[in-house]
Design a protein around this ligand. Structure first.
Ligand code: NDP
Length: 463
């Protein structure tokens, strides 16, 4: 008779939890995975996937406009929010089914309930009231939008969670924040025809990204009619007859159908029983883990956004796979968080890997910057006034490419392949001796032979 009910019990059926549960169950371990909402987690249910579908939907307005330059007569077009939301929901339900099936076909037990810790090896399933035991427990509960309770009127605002399920398309929206979610949704709503204002507290949106990308994206967003207000916060939000009235710190008032908060996400650890179990957390409630995703308690592990390392789906999946190697295959493997390629699905899109210029200049004494800004070929005929940016940041001493930053169509796709090159330690000479794929925008990456400028000891020297 085994000592525990399960070999592994996973709390949270998102990207990290499902991957760990499925792999462990596939190895013959007795696995339970509890999920209180829908299997698939933030990424599949109310994050990356539905967001990308919305990006596609919103982009059609420009595709129809651009077609005229290529000789197409596109008739009157209109967008129906309800039709799109229904189609999107159908696809999300299909994907959720695949997540469930993946667990089920590997003989993991799906537990459709909230589960909380009641001890180092003990979990309570809230729906049934049953208490179960497990040799190892994995916490993969993810994160949730910061509700910004300090903001007067925050309860009138929506987050990304609600943005996916609004009954009607808002005719106007104010979005607070300047990170991934704020920027992506500003572009989505604007593309769908919603009058959009983005309010960011800092100087440049997308802090942490290369400044040229931030500046150029702000300019492109402006051309699409998005009002980007920087160095401002919301003082309060009030309900009025005409809509929700936002007052900025400078006293300006903006009335909109919806106000969306996109000011970061917080780890989902409230009410999980962490104190009862004695689990250590950090100042924002994230579970503290070591390099092997182990908590301070033996046999309790944590992966994904709940650990507040790098809040990205592929990272959670990678952490889960490393954990399986470490815990069940006798091959201690710590996740590699270095040089993570990433995309922001703004319009135009951002794709980036490695260090932005300012960071490189703080770490390296001589940095060569190769910068190009040009009109993509498609827009020579479409007539659209939209420019693409490409930037390569190189350590002048070793010639190693430290970062590549792209703003333009398919930048995310390019970042994926560039990620491999940078991970392999590619030098600028490697880029130079790579043949161009013609005619593409990406060929610019291997044909910028002369630095645009050098930054030496923190000072720019024009080339
Ligand atoms: P981000 O951390 O990207 O951005 C948060 C934004 O909110 C920042 O601009 C920040 O400003 C601002 N902010 C934070 N607190 C306050 C406050 N109290 N008042 C005013 N502004 C505030 O978070 P998101 O919510 O956009 O996204 C969460 C995470 O989800 C991302 O970090 C990313 O890891 C992931 N994600 C990834 C996507 C992708 O891969 N394409 C898409 C969507 C999300 P400041 O810069 O000044 O700190």
């Amino acid at each position: 008779m085994p000592q525990f009910d399960y070999d592994l019990f996973v709390i949270g059926g998102g990207s990290g939890g499902v991957r760990a549960g499925r792999l462990a169950a596939g190895m013959g371990k007795r696995v339970g995975v509890a999920e209180e909402y829908r299997f698939g987690g933030t990424c599949v249910i109310r994050g990356c996937v539905p967001k990308k579908l919305m990006v596609y939907a919103s982009h059609f307005s420009e595709v129809f406009e651009d077609a005229a330059g290529f000789g197409w007569q596109v008739g009157k077009s209109s967008f129906d929010w309800k039709t799109f939301i229904a189609a999107k929901d159908k696809e999300i339900a299909r994907l959720e089914g695949l997540y469930r099936k993946g667990l089920d076909s590997n003989n993991a037990e799906l537990v459709d309930s909230r589960a909380v810790l009641t001890g180092p090896n003990e979990i309570k399933i809230l729906d049934s009231g049953k208490t179960v035991t497990a040799e190892r427990i994995l916490i993969a509960t993810g994160g949730a939008p910061n509700p910004l309770r300090s903001l007067e009127g925050h309860e009138l605002c929506i987050s990304s969670n609600e943005a996916f399920h609004l009954a009607e398309q808002p005719s106007s929206i104010v979005i607070k924040g300047g990170g991934y979610i704020a920027v992506e949704f500003a572009c989505i709503f604007a593309g769908l025809g919603t009058e959009t204002t983005l309010v960011y507290r800092g100087d440049h949106i997308l802090r942490g990204f290369d400044l040229d990308l931030s500046r150029n994206l702000t300019e492109e967003m402006g051309k699409k009619g998005i009002r980007v207000i920087v160095q401002q916060n919301l003082a309060k939000v009030e309900q009025q007859d005409a809509g929700k009235c936002v007052t900025l710190d400078n006293g300006e008032k903006i009335v909109a159908d919806e106000v969306m908060l996109a000011v970061g996400r917080l780890p989902n650890t409230e009410g999980l029983g962490l104190e009862t179990a004695g689990l250590a957390t950090d100042e924002i409630g994230a579970i503290r883990v070591d390099e092997y995703s182990r908590t301070n308690l033996p046999h309790i592990l944590a992966v994904g956004d709940v650990t507040n390392r790098v809040a990205l789906t592929p990272v959670a999946i990678h952490e889960a796979m490393c954990l399986i190697e470490t815990e069940y295959k006798g091959n201690p493997t710590s996740p590699d968080h270095d040089l993570i390629p990433t995309a922001v699905f703004s319009q135009p899109e951002i794709g980036t890997v490695g260090m932005p210029e300012d960071e490189a200049c703080r770490e390296y004494s001589e940095v060569d910057v190769y910068l190009a800004r040009f009109r993509p070929m498609k827009h020579t005929l479409s007539g659209r006034d939209e420019k693409m940016t490409m930037k390569i940041v190189v350590d002048a001493d070793s010639s190693r490419v430290l970062g590549v930053h792209i703003l333009g169509p398919d930048a995310g796709e390019m970042a994926q392949t560039l990620g491999i090159a940078l991970k392999m330690g590619a030098t600028k000479q490697d880029f130079d001796r790579t043949m161009a794929v013609h005619p593409t925008a990406a060929e610019e990456l291997v044909t910028m032979y002369t630095p645009t400028y050098r930054v030496s000891g923190g000072r720019r020297v024009d080339g």
